[in-house]
Design a protein around this ligand. Structure first.
Ligand code: ZN
Length: 197
């Protein structure tokens, strides 16, 4: 099967995201760059815990389908735009993890000085303004934010993490959600202190 290794890895990362509670059911979409004009991406409507290699779709960055029988996700344009604008990015994950998405609902990213790992693992974070899922307006927001940031909070929607491979994008997703949960707990204790370098 074409791109067999990438298909297996994408399915493995999807399962890990599901098992860690970082993606619910059929929500979200995950992709990996295949070359300078194509990507391998999860289809619409398939549960992330049950993805099979043959479910994945090869799409050009202009969104024409090269191979695959499943329905393409309406959010594919966010992925292709990131690959076009950032040649250094090889993998893009988009999900709606609960704690991180709560920040996005409030129109905020994580404060960089709440935990040491925010700077060392997650890196710089940007906020894309609200636009409906799958809309051209949302792609324009991504276009504005992604040149400077590997982690993007989508207002009232969810999270995107980008990386030089699937594992690095996964680690950022996991770290953002963990940091968001930690901050909620600390706020509940009522004595949050931010560090200064
Ligand atoms: Zn979404």
């Amino acid at each position: 099967m074409f791109a067999e290794k990438q298909r297996a890895e994408l399915c493995k990362i999807a399962r890990m995201l599901y098992e860690q509670g970082l993606v619910s059911g059929t929500a979200g979409n995950l992709s990996v760059r295949l070359d300078e004009k194509t990507m391998l991406i999860t289809p619409s409507g398939v549960h992330k815990g049950m993805l099979a290699p043959e479910d994945l779709i090869v799409q050009n960055f202009d969104l024409t389908v090269v191979s695959g029988t499943r329905k393409p996700t309406k959010e594919a344009a966010m992925h292709s735009k990131i690959y076009e604008l950032r040649p250094d990015i090889e993998a893009v994950l988009h999900t709606h993890p609960a704690a991180a998405t709560a920040f996005a609902v409030c129109g905020e990213v994580l404060p960089a000085n709440c935990l040491v790992e925010v700077d060392s693992v997650i890196g710089s974070m940007g906020l894309a303004g609200y636009a409906p899922a799958g809309s051209r307006e949302l792609v324009l927001e991504i276009e504005r934010v992604v040149p400077e940031h590997d982690v993007i909070f989508l207002q009232n929607h969810g999270l995107i993490t980008c990386g030089k491979n699937l594992m690095s994008a996964f680690c950022k997703m996991e770290s953002v959600e963990n940091a968001a949960k930690t901050l909620f707990m600390a706020e509940r204790m009522g004595r949050v202190q931010f560090f200064r370098d």
